[in-house]
Design a protein around this ligand. Structure first.
Ligand SMILES: [Zn+2]
Length: 64
């Protein structure tokens, strides 16, 4: 979703339509930032916990 106007101050965004923040009031344009955050999160979420869990389990086994 891309708005042609800032939802906060109603300024016309023009070339800043895809910017992370409004060029006028500098409020984050969540309709631009949210899809990116959503697309990145699942990867980081899946990539991190498992190796860490395995690593700490190995450390526990070695120490005991
Ligand atoms: Zn604005």
């Amino acid at each position: 979703m891309n708005l042609s106007r800032c939802p906060h101050c109603r300024v016309k965004l023009g070339n800043y339509r895809y910017a992370d923040a409004c060029p006028h009031c500098h409020v984050e344009l969540k309709h631009n930032t949210k899809p990116l955050v959503r697309a990145r999160k699942p990867e980081a979420h899946l990539a991190q916990p498992w190796p860490f869990k395995i690593f700490f389990n190995l450390v526990r086994v070695v120490e005991s």
